[in-house]
Ligand binder design. Sequence first.
Ligand code: NOJ
Length: 551
Amino acid sequence: MYPRSFKDSNGDGIGDIPGIISKLDYLKELGVDVIWLSPVYQSPNDDNGYDISDYRGIMDDFGTMADWEKLLAEVHGRGMKLIMDLVVNHSSDEHAWFLESRSSKENPYRDYYIWRPSRDGQEPNNWTSIFSGPAWEYDGQTGEYYLHLFSRKQPDLNWENPKVREEIYDMMTWWLDKGIDGFRMDVINMISKTEGLPSAGGDRYAWGGDYFMNGPRVHEFLREMNEKVLSRYDIMTVGETPGVTPDDAARYANADGTELNMVFQFEHMELDSGWGGKWDPCGWKLKDLKATIGRWQTGLHGRAWNSLYLNNHDQPRMVSRFGNDREYRVESAKMLATFLHTLEGTPYIYQGEELGMTNVPFKGIEDCRDVETLNMYRERVTEGGGNHDEVMNAIRIKGRDNARTPMQWSTEANAGFTTGTPWLHVNPNYTEINAEAALADTDSIFHYYRKLIALRKTHPVIVYGSYEIVSEEDERIYAYTRTLGNDRLFVMLNFTGETVSFASPYPLLAGGGGELLIANYPVGEGSETSGLDAELQLRPFEARVYLLKAV
Ligand code: NOJ
């Protein structure tokens, strides 16, 4: 959940905690077990709360600590759990530690952050920031630079300093003692930087990820955190880890439980990035998606646990990216939901996904609020003289604000999100796509999600079964099985807007072996097959899931 965009209760145009509380019954009805709350801590909001100025205080825009305590009690009262976002690779530059740190080289907090002198009048190394520009900011007060892998208002904490680690563990313990159920850990695989902070390649500025992703001490730090904090509570942890392979993930989320429970990997989020990276969008290919998902499904089976997602607050809307957000919006949103819920791992649903919310037709850069997007636009267009239309096109496809427009609750003004002026425009399609309409329509995407969630709770094979690809080479149909003991699940997904014939390797007629668990079209007599390799006609974005007779 991205609280800024979820539900506003006081008309200031910004989502808040009382707003969330007012919608908990909706989440319960959907079947949610655990809520991951994006940051609600005190923050000057350079990156919407991912720049924290007080880890133990609630952001004024969102309410008070009393509101938050009520939220936790209301979540627990409904039998759900709450995990908080832990953002400790960096803090805000307005955090008291950083204010002290920057005040003088002798200050006891100096070493809480990563300060370096200039290198021949230039930045200490050539790393670029993930949010454009150099990863270093010069601070005139002491004549040195500080490292910020993200915006200049997000200085990196120095995890080499044991005092920093102790402060963080104390803070985590403080929240756990308040009764939270775990943490989602922001870019947690970036906390250990290679000693000496070497430059990357020979360019004036270059991507330095090799020197800060999965760095030399990251597993040591996480094992320490686990020993001192996590292992003392019955909680859930998920680490955000860009740039991990299944082998890396198997260490972070090892079955021994010495680090984290699971990680968010990014390989499938990079399939539509061209040579120029995220902002150079290209088409993605089903064969690549199969190869990536297959590698993760088989690579972690029995070794570690997968987290499953197709979008979140940092990614474009999944139906626009992997489906069809026009004539087959409903069918493709259901097909993708079927995919998400029939893999091994824990599915994460991002707010509005269950309604089939889509990307946004931003008119221009003035419609955008995201620091990553705005910095990139400034660097490429305003300062770099690049082509406005091309960059806006990339933003409409990849920009994070696509996911951050307010939740569409109803056909009321501003989609029922606020009675005031929303901090980011509502997607104009709210009159058609909204929760009120979805709840009223038994055939809606929302109710399809409910069924999928319920199925996972009924059939252990959906949660734990081992994955095997059926149609590796097919460029239109993604089919796979999941097997657990005598149970076998067979999933067929048409990833195109056309009817495609597909030879089922299993007999699917009810009497002949298959039980249809869920489908996004009516499946009637004659559309199933009793023979092996008989041709099925799968309609545009059709999804079917069968439970096969004992194997
Ligand atoms: C990942 C978060 O999900 C994203 O929203 C944020 O901008 C960066 N980490 C930096 O904290």
